[in-house]
Write a protein that binds this ligand. Sequence first.
Ligand SMILES: Cc1cc2nc3c(=O)[nH]c(=O)nc-3n(C[C@H](O)[C@H](O)[C@H](O)COP(=O)(O)OP(=O)(O)OC[C@H]3O[C@@H](n4cnc5c(N)ncnc54)[C@H](O)[C@@H]3O)c2cc1C
Length: 696
Amino acid sequence: MPPKFKSPKKQAQGQGPRVLYWFRTDLRLHDSPALAHALSLSPSVFIPLWCWDPHYVYRQRGAANRWNFLVSCMRDVSESLTALNPKQKIHVVRRAPGKVMAELLRRWKVDVLVFERDTDAYARMRDEEVVGIAEGLGVKVVSVSGRTLFDSDEVVKANGGKPTMSMNQLVNASKKIGNGVPNRPLDRPTCLPDPLSAAEMDLGDLDPNDRKNDGSGGGKKEMDYNLPQRTLGKAKNTQYETGIMGPKRDFGIPTLEEMGIDPADVTSPHKGGEIAGLATLKSMIENPEYIGTFEKPKTAPTDFEPQSTTLLSAHMHFGSVSVRKFWWDVQDVLEKRRKQNKPISGEPVNLPGQLLFRDMYFAAHAKLGFQFGQALGNSVARFIPWHLQSNYVKGERDGSLISDGTYVVDDPQAEEYFRRWKEGRTGFPWIDSLMRQLKLEGWIHHLGRHAVACFLTRGGCYVSWERGAEVFEEWLIDHEVACNAGNWMWLSCTAFFSQFYRMYSPVAFGKKWDPEGNFVRKYVPELAKFDKKYIYEPHKAPIADQKAWGCVIQGDGANAEEKRSKVYPKPMFDFNERRQFCLDRMKEAYDVGLYGDDERVLSGEWKKLFDLEDKGGERKEETNGHLLPRGTKRTKAKAPDDAERSDDTGEFADQGDESQGEENDKPPRKVVKQTKTRKGAQKTLDTIVTRTRAMK
Ligand SMILES: Cc1cc2nc3c(=O)[nH]c(=O)nc-3n(C[C@H](O)[C@H](O)[C@H](O)COP(=O)(O)OP(=O)(O)OC[C@H]3O[C@@H](n4cnc5c(N)ncnc54)[C@H](O)[C@@H]3O)c2cc1C
């Protein structure tokens, strides 16, 4: 359906409203309900805006691959706007939205501010502030749902005001909204009104006064999670220093160099932008057999060039492909095959089912806010006394605990496991190849994510899922707060899924999908010449063979490249021993039955329940290294007693994807009596400030 805007007379006469269109999660022109709404107002002036927000620049982790994906999406949309109207483009304003919006609305005499609704926790706070500013100035604000199949807030309402914790709940709620059927996609616009003249748009005079007060402060003095990404050097980070309109005073899109990031660090083959995203979708749709019979658990995590799934997730994240277009293009194929009596796969393992999982996580996050992304205060997450737990500080507004971005090294062994996991040197080639692919390319298959997430948490290292989620935040090009936290909770059996005795083997899982070990050979090239018999357990190869195949298995993999001949580490632990250790710990935690919002968790009393003693530990920030020494954290876990034995062989590869095929409503809570009602999940910009202060 085309949007209503057709360059009407009213606009030509300058009578329509001045519309500021704020791009955020919707870097596309096709099927953008918010954009269609903005244009249906027949604007006399139309200003496409992007606020280059210091929050994302400094306080959300992201490596070169994701920044590159973002700017590719922005460039692409900007060029598409220009193609519709040579005077148009995205206008990037390098300031925090809350700091600059009043000025923009006043100067540009905006009548209506329009944007796509964003239910992420930070986005809600930001938008609340901006809406308050706009309405205070008499500007009408319209936010339109468009990021998900169904409006996440509506889903929560239809789910009785509760977070959606299962596919059933999501599907039932969606039936109450649109009969379970999302809207058909809208066409892209065919023309665009002009912005203001260059002179009227100009903000250059704001620079001298505004720069120091914009919340970025050039960003240098504030906590910068992305410092390690600035490989050109901190001093080269000029993205805010060259002025609110950028170095050319043309509202230009920041380059990687301006961010201090070396473009050579972009190693992902996956391309951003609406054009690339739609081309990928088209190529998938042109293969009806693939679309019609897609079953997620049957897609190989070891396939590359091409991968076995659509690889559209980063486009979903940046909005460069509409989720409804994806859904309906697939549905049209399925419908045709239905009529032809050709086989089709069903939900939730088919492609629409995958998109419903996405909606499920979005709605859960929409309801729970910040707490959805952390262990403490999280009412749906079981509390497990993992190693390397996040450090929490009190939020200023309501005093609830919020992760301050650091974690406590309570156990050096766990810290070493974590480092080796992140750096792809665990000595388990299946895990290492996945982690190296993740870092290099910014994407790994869903089952690959299963393997590494299980291994880090309940299937080997017994490290907090929050640490893994942070590494994914840094490296994934498709990082999405809701999907990342939700899936990490699922894999660590803290929420959504509870069968902790079903554990992935770091050897058998990969072997099942790729007996030749080609995936390992590609991403762990030092093992390229190993016989397939040893490719998943190279330490078992005779030393003479290791030498003949050009790689000796020794050490911990640190500084491997400095050694004269190639080396690859031995396994960092005996998996069977660790498996038992984790099973015992998980059983114990399930028996105790705490959830993240329990008073005993919030107060730290949980340590007594787990018979853990406090020992010294230092505080660390994941990407930046050590920060503060700190003195009170536990190290020892209770010795296993009545540990439940697993009936599983340790392989668990056939379940491949339990997350895509099973229902897991939250099991009834046990044992614990709430001693205090939890305060609301309200977070404000104050809290962000508190978090930042706490880092200094
Ligand atoms: C530990 C862990 C962390 C994850 N972190 C993220 C994340 O940060 N961002 C993210 O988009 N996905 C995340 N996922 C979900 C999933 O792995 C990816 O969405 C998927 O692998 C993307 O590849 P694809 O586009 O080829 O997916 P396809 O299989 O082709 O699926 C189509 C689309 O459905 C959606 N989708 C599929 N599976 C899921 C799922 N389990 N949860 C939510 N959406 C899904 C995605 O938008 C995807 O593009 C995570 C999974 C795990 C196990």
